[in-house]
Design a protein around this ligand. Structure first.
Ligand SMILES: [Zn+2]
Length: 120
């Protein structure tokens, strides 16, 4: 399903390899998802660390090498929390097809972040 205009806009400044994976993933995906964040400024990152949403000032969002994706209900009105694993499977499949290695925040042990994908 095609990405919304807002999601496409949020891919601006994201590494081309990661961007290509997200776009292909959307094309193959049978339900919608959105891009909540891609490239992040240092100021935003500092705010997230302050709020406890992130634990590092070395986030790959700062260099455009990370994106946050949320699977949505078919009407795109709410987040479909049951589909993060499914979306991650598809992201890994597309990444592998494109010869790019990615890391999923859902596999992290200390700070599980299911919406987060980054280049390895
Ligand atoms: Zn993230």
């Amino acid at each position: 399903m095609e990405l919304s205009e807002l999601s496409k806009k949020r891919l601006e400044g994201v590494d081309e390899r990661l961007k290509a994976i997200v776009i292909e993933c959307a094309a193959r995906c049978s339900y919608p998802f959105n891009v909540s964040e891609g490239l992040r400024t240092e100021e935003q990152q500092r705010e997230y660390v302050r709020q406890g949403k992130s634990r590092t000032m070395k986030s790959k969002h700062l260099t455009g090498k990370a994106v946050d994706l949320y699977p949505l209900s078919m009407d795109r009105k709410v987040v479909d929390w049951s589909r993060f694993e499914e979306l991650a499977d598809l992201m890994f499949q597309v990444a592998s097809d494109q010869g790019t290695e990615i890391v999923w925040g859902g596999n992290w042990k200390t700070f599980v972040d299911k919406c987060h994908f980054e280049l390895k």
